[in-house]
Design a protein around this ligand. Structure first.
Ligand code: NAD
Length: 454
């Protein structure tokens, strides 16, 4: 039997291990999921929700231990790890409520016909998740998949298998057998899952993996929900509250060591206020100290692995060689970490302004006029989030309406209310979750009609 060893990214030491799922075991797991799906789909949404509400209470009770495991394995500070578990616990009840509304059959009639739209399960769903939020990313896909009556084969990231395993084991205390099974492994296991006899793939991860999943799903015309990478812009207009904009820019560029899908990756600031903005972000960057998960003073943890660290360092070095001005940071990065870095005078041809970075780097380019700001911000294949800061809210809202992203914040992050979908545009997303409509992505819609006079 082979094992997946989970490493503490701050030290490289093992945190634990789980058995890797042999590829040849996957077809039998799919059969078991298909058998379990029959009874699971016969439960009402309330009954399915009840199982998950019980899990929510257990998650809240066990948040300190689960948060510690999550932080050790992923590297984020302990309070953030516990916070992620608590966020998961707290967000189950609103999702269950949303499912109850979303999955009600919908009646409609015209002069001749009476129809009912049913929101039936699709069958067996693969949920494949990344490492950066190792509990909330799976949960965002698992909840709709399960509440809609599907059974799930869940593959956590190979970087955070222990958190994935612990989370699934907790849910499984309250779910019938084989409704949720865990496949442990890396890309190979992911590919085998995608190619197995399943009905849907719900995936959060990189654009490259998303493309491969789409291609491998094509022969079976499997339903897809892909939440992919981003290159989010922040626009700072000439009338913006610069203190608030700078605070947001730092938090959104550096939190989770920049390893967040909607972290700010490009900052476009009106040239008239660029110097004042730069002074503010440099002052604030001092507050982002580095340290391992158990260091209570640390705000930023290590990079997840050396490959990711080197990718970010290479982008920084290439940008500096191409004329970027380093406003904050230096080359003296401690092993396993990257110090917060601020670059100004960035230009659109630099890799750091085009390709996803996923590191604690703020890249600033000045613009002259809103048309140029929009052109620069929209000059990307990605379209996950975007943010605009401007005091004239009506103008900022108009700018937001011209941005190509799926989620846009005005003077705040791009997160919407719990009623809103989590949705990427362009090559950042294909399908979505969250919101009443999001539940429908995990369903087979079925319409039954009769003549009105029958
Ligand atoms: P990744 O694509 O390398 O891996 C994600 C998951 O997919 C892992 O479980 C991995 O084992 C599996 N996988 C990899 N290749 C596969 C393939 N060909 N077929 C099937 N499964 C495969 O991504 P990552 O490094 O874990 O995560 C970082 C990426 O995730 C970033 O690009 C980030 O922007 C993105 N992300 C997006 C969102 C969103 O909501 N849009 C949220 C979080 C992270």
């Amino acid at each position: 039997m082979s094992y997946l060893i989970s490493l503490n990214p701050a030290t490289g030491e093992p945190v634990g291990e789980v058995p890797t799922t042999p590829l040849e075991a996957i077809p039998a797991m799919v059969c078991a999921a298909r058998d379990a799906q029959v009874e699971w789909s016969h439960l009402s949404v309330e009954e399915r929700g009840h199982c998950l509400l019980q899990a929510a209470r257990a998650l809240e009770d066990e948040a300190p231990e689960l948060g510690e495991l999550l932080s050790q394995e992923m590297g984020k500070p302990l309070r953030k790890g516990i916070g992620e578990v608590r966020f998961c616990a707290a967000s189950i009840a609103p999702r269950v409520k949303q499912a109850l509304a979303a999955l009600q059959p919908r009646l409609s009639a015209d002069e001749d016909t009476a129809s009912t739209v049913y929101y039936d399960p699709l069958g067996v769903c693969a949920v494949i998740s990344p490492w950066n939020y190792p509990m909330s990313m799976p949960q965002w896909m698992l909840l709709p998949a399960l509440l809609c009556g599907n059974t799930v084969l869940f593959k956590p990231s190979e970087e955070t298998p222990l958190t994935g395993q612990a989370y699934a084991e907790l849910l499984n205390r309250f779910l019938p057998r084989n409704v949720l099974q865990v496949v442990q492994g890396a890309e190979q296991q992911g590919r085998s899952l995608v190619e197995a006899d399943i009905n849907m793939v719900a995936f959060t991860g990189s654009r490259e993996a998303g493309r491969d999943i789409m291609a491998r799903s094509a022969p079976g015309l499997k339903r897809l929900m892909l939440e992919l990478g981003g290159k989010d812009p922040l626009l700072v207009l000439d009338d913006a509250d610069l203190d608030a904009a700078a605070e947001f820019a730092c938090a959104s560029s550096f939190e989770n060591s920049g390893q967040a899908c909607v972290s700010t990756e490009r900052v476009y600031v009106d040239r008239q206020v660029a110097t004042c903005f730069e002074q503010r972000v440099v002052r604030l960057a001092d507050g982002y100290s580095l340290g391992p998960w158990h260091d209570a003073r640390a705000r930023l943890g290590p990079m997840i692995h050396e490959r990711q660290r080197q990718h970010v360092l290479d982008q920084i070095a290439a940008a500096l060689a191409a004329g970027a001005r380093r406003l904050y940071g230096d080359d003296d990065h401690p092993p396993r970490y990257i110090k917060p870095t601020i670059l100004a005078d960035c230009t659109p041809d630099m890799a750091i302004m085009r390709d996803e970075t996923f590191g604690p780097v703020m890249c600033i380019q000045a613009f002259d006029g809103i048309d140029e700001a929009l052109r620069l911000a929209n000059d990307t294949d990605y379209g996950l989030g975007a943010v605009v800061f401007g005091e004239d809210e009506e103008q900022a809202w108009q700018v937001a309406r011209h941005l190509g992203a799926g989620m846009i914040g005005v003077n705040k992050s791009c997160f919407g209310t719990v009623e809103c979908p989590w949705v990427g545009a362009r090559q950042s997303g294909y399908g979505y979750h969250g919101s009443v409509e999001g539940f429908h992505q995990f369903c087979q819609l079925r319409v039954i009609s009769k003549s009105k006079d029958s």
